[in-house]
Design a protein. Sequence first.
Length: 71
Amino acid sequence: MELKTCPSCNGARLKKESLWFKIDGKNIAELGDMSLDLLTQWFQQLPKKLSEKQSVIAKDVLKEINDRLGF
């Protein structure tokens, strides 16, 4: 048996379509590879990088994510 990395997802085990969407240059697989400490820092810094409109849209979701990362 030979182990082979999937060329579509590069071993992320997600559909390629899931990897198309990025926030601040990172897709869900890249966020999932981060340590919890680094991920927490990344999400805490994210609002500074969003436009006013993006901040309004993301406010509730980011609050929930930050609350859960801090649990």
